[in-house]
Write a protein that binds this ligand. Sequence first.
Ligand code: GLU
Length: 441
Amino acid sequence: MCGIVGYTGRQSAIGHLIEGLRRLEYRGYDSAGIALGTPNKLYVEKRAGKLVNLENSLGDAIPAATSGIGHTRWATHGGPSDKNAHPHCDNEGKLAVIHNGIIENYSQLRIELESRGHTFDSETDTESVAHLLSDLRKSHKGDLASAMREAVKKLRGSFTLLAIHSDNPEVIVGVRRNSPLVVGLGDGENFLASDVSAFIEYTKRAVALGQDEVVTITPNLVSVTDLKGREIVTKEYEITWDSKAAEKGGFTHFMLKEIYQQPVVLEQTIKKYLTGNELDKVKIDWNKIDSIKILACGTAYYSGLVAKYWLEELTNIFVDLEVASEFRYRRNAAKKNEITIVISQSGETLDTLEALRKTQSYGQKTIAILNTENSSIGRIADYILPIMVGPEIGVASTKAFLGQLMVIAALGLDIGLKKGNISQNRFETLTAELSKVPNLI
Ligand code: GLU
């Protein structure tokens, strides 16, 4: 999980790209690079190591381009080195690509492309995409978006890809499959990024992209199509986090800041779920449900471990819990009259997303407990229960873990009361006790 940023607008791109990458640093990386949308040939710099290595290599003579793409890499194919860092270019240096994820069929593609005369510069899976796009762009009369649609049909794996070409440097084309990409809508400028924290300082208007959707941005246009080139009507949403949420705010670490935020953010979760009526939107007849399956990974799985005891106690429904990455590979994994609950902070956890798709293929209804509603999981789950704790940047989860537990407790109480498994009196006592948690923290 690393970072991708794209900017096209009226201002100098380099500052936006570096700042965007800095805000995505929390995702972890081993190298960083940028390509600026300069005419004739793109200006490309990339360095292994921290972002500061890239900044130091830029020197003073940075072209005044108003578009560009930036990347932080977490090496999967080829070690962390300057050469393997992204962007990767075609042989003319006119087209550049950045990529998060894995291209599973890259070696086959590489063999084909080398036999057509392309020479490779790196050991990455990504470079194949740069050469492939270059060929396809030529056969699509210079249309980068059409080339991207064709390229993606030939790719296997999970990826967010951005591409830029020096012939139309103000155009950036992106696509996503099982990996996140959001659009930031500005005034005379537009952004693409792995998550909103990269551009939250400049705009609060965003569009989340669906699976296999290809997006084209210029300073004044955002257009999204499916792989057949059919226009997709997108839904704009407002980012409710402010830019301070993605800053340390005087704390030495994000994790420390987020620990201190716990009482405050839990108040919001309580307001929505215990005092409010958020759970009314879950239209499930719990009397007809024999079992609940919880699927999650990492910390969210730990929430699931607690949930199993709480939900069984409060609802008297059998609860089964499984790590989503294992569940994906089971054959007879579904029961009748079962509900699936998935838990994920980002809503992008790939194994959880795939596990969710699998349960939906059995026709099960699904509930997703998420911190990011406009996410891949949020787009497909039947019911979303947002935990409302604001962005969690620290990799070790703190406030999101507590938020998940609070929602689970509220859900358990709600089901328990509806089923008559707990009395009104017990419901009220437990609700009152839970409401004391922020103070106790
Ligand atoms: N698979 C690509 C590489 O190794 C991209 C890794 C990433 O997600 O940064 O270069």
